[in-house]
Design a binder for this molecule. Structure first.
Ligand code: UD1
Ligand code: M6R
Length: 371
């Protein structure tokens, strides 16, 4: 049921304030006068000790689910102190990469049925690793076959392009970081700030959704382009990859997410007056580096669309004309949840304007159950 919306993708983008609320329901404890704020993930609480003792955390997934894990990786590393590595499920299988008994492997999948991810799970089970699932589908193969896990509870997602599952996955993995790191006293203040940020997140997503018309206008400008680049780094490298994935899979426009730190190692050669480039430059520890990336792209006459924190338009656009998307600021590690929304809206509007099938892009299936 699409309700008042024309497409499931549109509905699912706009219901993110609610889906995020259900994802967090019953899992954030506000703390009392003497009790600290904390996180309770019922599905993994009995395994936290084992996870804390593991030598490595390995995230495994495909497509958007992989990107969500990439967005959460920095906060996992920060709060747990455990090395976190990333695996695209098919690539882990192609290489038969090393997985050990001392590893915690985390399988991220909206459907819980993706063939590559499921096969990687069998492989990790054979190798004796602790297997944790992060799925949206109760009773799915990945939920059943993992040792423990967390349901993201985002509600049924119908559009082939994953939107609300992505933001709920990031939130669950941020909560996972909080839960694993909860025995470290020195990061208590940081954890409480993130929990406060989680409580505020649905209202901030509601705020960023108000940019809908602005993104439709931008889509109108880009309708006939061949390609769109998206630059990001740090917490928002994932935003670049996921934004580009959304644009290419539904609007059928070539798009590539680029790690901004790699700009001079190749991508800079593409820059000219015509190719549109989105640069994610919201406030965090990487902000000044992104400012310098913007200046260098300006110097090559790049056609820039800068995503920045509300109020920063003037400071990100010095010395050149550029279009700006201003988004509300949240705790740095949660910013990817906000920043993906304008790119989801852009992909959606581009698709409608270009006349393609929004909910069932050509050649794609919602759940990829064959290899
Ligand atoms: C559970 C109930 C929820 C109830 C709540 C009350 C279910 C599905 N969830 O939520 O309805 O309101 O208790 O306390 O009945 N699991 C995996 N792999 C996965 C995902 C989950 O093994 O990929 C396992 C978990 O380890 C857990 C169970 O499935 O044993 C349910 O997980 P989850 O729904 O996340 O647990 P709760 O949030 O505690
Ligand atoms: O169900 P899963 O999360 O395992 O699916 C993984 C990918 O197939 C999926 O995210 C795909 O990339 C989406 N179409 C992206 O929007």
């Amino acid at each position: 049921n699409k309700g008042n919306y024309e497409h499931y993708m549109q509905k699912e983008i706009h219901e993110q304030p609610e889906s995020l609320t259900t994802t967090m329901r019953g899992r954030l404890l506000r703390g009392g006068s003497s009790k600290a704020k904390s996180v309770l993930l019922g599905g993994i609480k009995d395994h936290l000790k084992t996870i804390r003792r593991s030598r490595r955390i390995v995230f495994i997934g495909c497509g958007t689910s992989y990107n969500a894990a990439l967005a959460a990786r920095p906060i996992l590393e920060e709060l747990t102190g455990i090395p976190v590595t990333m695996e695209i499920a098919s690539d882990l299988l192609d290489r038969q990469g090393p997985i050990y008994r001392e590893d915690t492997t985390v399988f991220v999948s909206q459907s819980g049925e993706t063939a590559d991810t499921l096969q990687a799970l069998e492989y990790a089970l054979e190798n004796g690793a602790l297997c944790v699932g992060i799925t949206n589908t109760v009773g799915s193969a990945i939920a059943r076959n993992t040792h423990c896990g967390v349901h993201i509870n985002a509600g049924c997602e119908i559009g082939v392009a994953s939107t609300k599952a992505y933001t709920s996955q990031i939130v669950v993995m941020a909560m996972l970081a909080l839960a694993i790191g909860s025995d470290t006293i020195s990061s208590q203040a940081r954890r409480e700030a993130i929990i406060d940020g989680l409580f505020d997140l649905p209202s901030k997503v509601r705020e960023v959704l108000k940019l809908d018309q602005e993104l439709k206008d931008l889509a109108n400008l880009l309708i006939a382009e061949q390609s769109l680049l998206v630059f990001g780094r740090g917490y928002n490298y994932a935003t670049a990859l996921e934004g580009a994935l959304k644009v290419k899979e539904v609007s059928l426009m070539h798009s590539e997410g680029i790690l901004a730190g790699e700009m001079k190692h190749g991508p800079l050669a593409l820059v000219d007056e015509t190719l549109p480039i989105v640069v994610v430059a919201t406030r965090d520890a990487c902000f000044s580096k992104q400012q310098s990336v913007i200046q260098q792209l300006h110097a090559r006459k790049g056609r820039l669309i800068v995503m920045c924190t509300k109020g920063d338009a003037a400071s990100v656009c010095v010395g050149g004309a550029c279009r700006v998307i201003e988004v509300p600021r949240v705790e740095d590690c949660l910013q990817p949840v906000i920043n993906i929304v304008p790119l989801q809206l852009l992909a959606y509007h581009l698709t409608v304007l270009r006349g393609y099938n929004v909910d069932q892009p050509r050649n794609l299936a919602k759940s990829v159950t064959t290899q």
